[in-house]
Design a protein around this ligand. Structure first.
Ligand code: DON
Length: 306
């Protein structure tokens, strides 16, 4: 087995020159107040050991990583029916793009761009009503075995007050009748799920079921079918980084999902889940150092799926 502790130390050293690059997200004002120099990386093996480096207790807002949780819950509830409302193709467009939606009649390209995640949250709202956010949070508690995880009210309010593009997206989708609930109810849940606060340790733990054919290894409980786990991983690989998904597959070669809070999760099937945090983003809205750290990890360990 590779010496993961040493590999993490090497990665931390090799990323140092990159700290001058990238830019913290500021289109949600509350996100711009984080420490831009923060870095943390956690590796959680399927059974047992975990390895950490950096500020791994620091909680940050998971943002679009939450789309993995909501897609999982919606796929579990609706099965293939879900794809009538949200497709499973890469978009090749930024995460908050409006253009494709109009000529594709309000059917978002995939559940990991904002439009697709909003439809997914709407689909959950049809089932769980006013308990939708509570259901999402409980799912995160189950995956991490940690019920202390909550959302941040300040970040939630900041997103809600500045969510102009997301409001445009949901209104456009509703005009095509692909939103079935009240816009405000869906958006409150969407913004709350984005402002859930987790550290790299908790996020790595939360993704283990995707490395394990859909079964939570701690409780040995099947959360979704192996086939559904396969599909979620496939979409993370092809769509998890928006218009940089090809670049992430090329450099890292793992299913992954990023958030503008600066986190990236990645799955090594049958082996482990990884989370890296560094809030300065590249031009596509993905953690610049996080992407590099994962590239170094698969280069050093040969653990890319390719
Ligand atoms: O919808 C938004 O704009 C954010 N709450 C989430 C976007 C996001 O994390 C995109 N990720 N890289």
């Amino acid at each position: 087995m590779p010496n993961y502790a040493d590999i993490l130390k090497e990665i931390e050293e090799e990323i140092q020159p990159l700290f001058s690059q990238g830019k913290v997200a500021d289109y949600i004002p509350a996100l711009s107040t984080v420490n831009a120099e923060d870095f943390a990386m956690s590796i959680q093996l399927l059974y047992g050991k975990s390895y950490h480096i950096g500020n791994t207790q620091h909680k940050f807002s998971i943002q679009s990583i939450s789309k993995v949780f909501t897609f999982t819950l919606a796929l579990k509830a609706y099965g293939k029916e879900l794809y009538k409302r949200v497709n499973h193709e890469p978009s090749g467009n930024p995460f908050n793009s409006l253009v494709q939606l109009e000529y594709e009649n309000g059917i978002p390209r995939n559940p990991f761009i904002n439009a697709g995640a909003i439809v997914t949250t709407d689909a959950l709202t049809s089932i769980y009503k006013e308990n939708t956010f509570h259901t999402i949070l409980e799912f995160i508690h189950t995956l991490t075995n940690d019920s202390s995880i909550q959302y941040d009210e300040t970040i939630f309010c900041s997103e809600y007050q500045h969510g102009y593009r997301n409001m445009a997206l949901i209104n456009m989708i509703k005009s095509y009748k692909n939103i079935h609930n009240e816009i405000d109810d869906v958006m409150q849940t969407y913004f709350k799920q984005c402002s859930v606060m987790m550290n790299t340790q908790q996020l790595a733990q939360s993704m283990l079921f995707l490395a394990n054919h859909g079964t939570n290894p701690k409780a040995n409980e099947a959360l979704i079918t192996p086939s559904q786990a396969k599909r979620i991983n496939a979409l993370m690989l092809t769509c998890g980084h928006y218009d940089a998904s090809g670049d992430f597959a090329y450099k890292v070669g793992l299913p992954g999902k990023s958030g503008v809070g600066g986190g990236i999760v990645a799955v090594v099937p049958q082996k482990m889940a990884i989370c890296v945090y560094s809030p300065k983003l590249n031009s596509q809205g993905n953690s610049l150092i996080g992407t590099k750290a994962l590239e170094l990890f698969t280069t050093k360990t040969n653990l890319s799926i390719f």
